[in-house]
Design a protein around this ligand. Sequence first.
Ligand code: 2NL
Length: 354
Amino acid sequence: MNDLRGGWLERIAEAADEAALEELRVAALGKKGEISLKMRELGRMTPEERQVAGPALNALKDEVNSALAAKKAALGDAALEARLRGEWLDVTLPGRHRRVGTIHPVSQVMEEVTAIFADMGFAVAEGPQIETDWYNFDALNIPGHHPARAEMDTFYTHRAPGDNRPPHVLRTHTSPVQIRHMEAHGAPVRVIAPGRVYRADYDQTHTPMFHQVEGLAIDRDISMANLKWVLEEFFTAYFGTSVKTRFRASHFPFTEPSAEVDIQCSWEGGTVKVGEGDDWLEVLGSGMVHPHVLRSAGVDPDEWQGFAFGMGIDRIAMLKYGIPDLRAFFDSDLRWLRHYGFAALEVPAVHSGV
Ligand code: 2NL
């Protein structure tokens, strides 16, 4: 019995791998294993012999089982140790570069503009992009015969044959948002209305959809002086440098008096720089809100007055980020935006190869 024990424990201790260990288990404790066969012999023994051999064989079986389990664990540990010694990781290698998306320049400028006016107390107003001709034109003192109302500039929605109601229009400016705001909240007012506007025009400097921000301040004694301060403050914050403005007398149906506003700039080697030099660049239209417009929006012009202005977002985005062609914004070709540091998106397959 002792030889049997010593033999199995020694062979288990010397097993080189798990497969060898499994072979030993079958040879010792499998159906026809040496120890199993010995246990089968117990039935043929006298009770006295069995009393001695039974417990001894059972103890041997337990001991061999434990030795197998212990050796199996030891082999596993050794394999892991070897793997850990063999594998290593260079944590100083550069990481895998992943391109991330970026905000569109027009959206970024919308956010910048909104933040600057918010600091001056202006809230953001929004409204529908499909408007009635009342909110887009009549309420703004734009009569039916005004050129801005001519078919060539305005997109009209379709009416079914026999439906004689006036068609809706795609808003040509965000002024209707401010009319709706005055109607809903009355005076005083401090709002800006940023958003998409539409005009049937497409060339080097015009796209049929573009972005505008209008501003409106109504109170008891608001003047053009307040307008000039607000605009100079805005342009200085937006361009990050002090910017002079120049007001030129102009005409809009919805303001009286009206002024077009230029900002100070220089032209050097074909590029514009804002806030230096002695050239001027027209960037917006403005004026004191016409009494007819206030009245249309339910605000009493004998009690309230104020300024309004409107400017193109795409235009001031191009100026700040040095983008020369408006079509860069709305063209599906992302090479443009990438060139100006905005497009991190992969160029679609149809555009690759350049
Ligand atoms: C331009 C001219 C302008 C306004 C927009 C406005 C709005 C209301 C009442 C009166 Cl609710 N006026 N907006 C005023 C003057 C000019 O835009 O050339 N924009 C690019």
